[in-house]
Design a binder for this molecule. Structure first.
Ligand code: SAM
Length: 307
């Protein structure tokens, strides 16, 4: 999007936050577009906002999904992980909670940008690192649990993450990947939501991303040498006003992210302007007040490095 910047875009250097030793101390240039803040440096890898609005939404999503998982932070059968990586940690809320639950552990959250809070439990650290670089894993050793939430359709990145995880994990360690995708019963139907999903699928494909990637997590774990691969799917009805309160709130949280997730890709790959994207998202959200046949599927897949 750097090439498409208009006069209304603004840049700044993030200087307001206090760094801790584990943060990269280089300032990250930001790009402001239509009231949202993006990382200018990393726009290619992460064309989505990294601002307070998105942080709040991700933190709420973390709380809602923890409730869906019956207060578990993960489903892999490891009782008390001691040396943990949270890859693409985002806000770092999962990493911090894991560190609090297992005080004898060391939890490291890794991300391109520092979106995390300033207050961090003593056994939790955040590292700024680009996981697209082969060899990202060499500084981590004897890991017993790797947690990955959301790879946003990037198959090449997933492969690098699994290769790296396999290398830095101790024998017997677990890797868990989690993500969400839309499963429509009648994908060709003509509703604003179906239309939105079709457009986003095309935009992602043109960006080298596949929205059905979670369906391949199990096979990818196996291909990268992990065993005891186990998959679990949670089906959330495509309705923001359904009878199940928790599932309705998960959908509301998901739909609150539509604009942020759409602007850059719809503009870059389908030439949609801001107003067109806003209208498309608003119509999709309105359609979800009634029931759309299908599910928001939450896929959780874990596997173990052979002992
Ligand atoms: C959806 S967000 C994080 C979700 C987070 N795991 C959670 O549970 O809330 C995806 C994160 O991936 C990070 N990311 C994207 N590409 C990356 C890369 N190449 N290396 C490291 N982090 C990356 C982004 O900065 C962003 O914070």
């Amino acid at each position: 999007m750097g090439d498409n910047m208009s006069d209304s875009d603004t840049l700044d250097h993030e200087s307001e936050r206090e760094e801790t030793e584990s943060f990269d101390t280089e300032p990250h240039p930001n790009l402001y577009r239509h009231g949202r803040r993006y990382s200018l440096t990393h726009l290619e890898q992460h064309p989505w906002p990294i601002d307070e609005i998105e942080k709040d939404r991700l933190e709420e999503q973390h709380v809602l999904l923890r409730e869906l998982f019956e207060d578990r932070l993960y489903l892999a059968p490891i009782e008390s992980p001691q040396n943990v990586l949270d890859i693409r940690t985002g806000t770092g809320c999962w990493a911090m909670e894991c560190a609090e639950r297992y005080p004898s552990s060391t939890v490291r959250g890794i991300d391109l940008v520092n979106m995390q809070d300033e207050w961090v439990p003593p056994n939790c650290e955040f590292w700024v690192d680009n996981l697209c670089q082969p060899g990202w894993h060499t500084q981590y050793k004897n890991i017993d649990f790797v947690h990955i939430n959301q790879v946003q359709g990037d198959r090449q990145l997933l492969s690098l993450l699994l290769e790296g995880s396999y290398s830095c994990c101790a024998p017997g360690a677990w890797v868990e990947i989690r993500d969400m995708r839309v499963q429509l019963d009648n994908p060709d139907e003509d509703s604003p939501f179906h239309n939105y999903v079709r457009k986003m699928t095309t935009a992602h494909a043109r960006d080298g991303r596949q929205l059905d990637l979670p369906l391949h997590f199990g096979a990818e774990l196996t291909r990268h040498g992990f065993s005891n691969v186990t998959e679990r799917t949670y089906d959330i009805p495509l309705c923001t006003e359904g009878r199940d309160k928790l599932k309705g709130r998960i959908m509301q949280n998901w739909t609150a992210g539509l604009e942020g997730y759409s602007f850059t890709l719809l503009e870059k790959h389908l030439g949609k302007n801001f107003t067109e994207s806003v209208l498309m998202c608003a119509s999709a959200r309105r359609a979800l007040k009634g029931k759309i046949e299908g599910y928001l599927q939450i896929q959780v897949v874990y596997g173990q490095k052979p002992g």
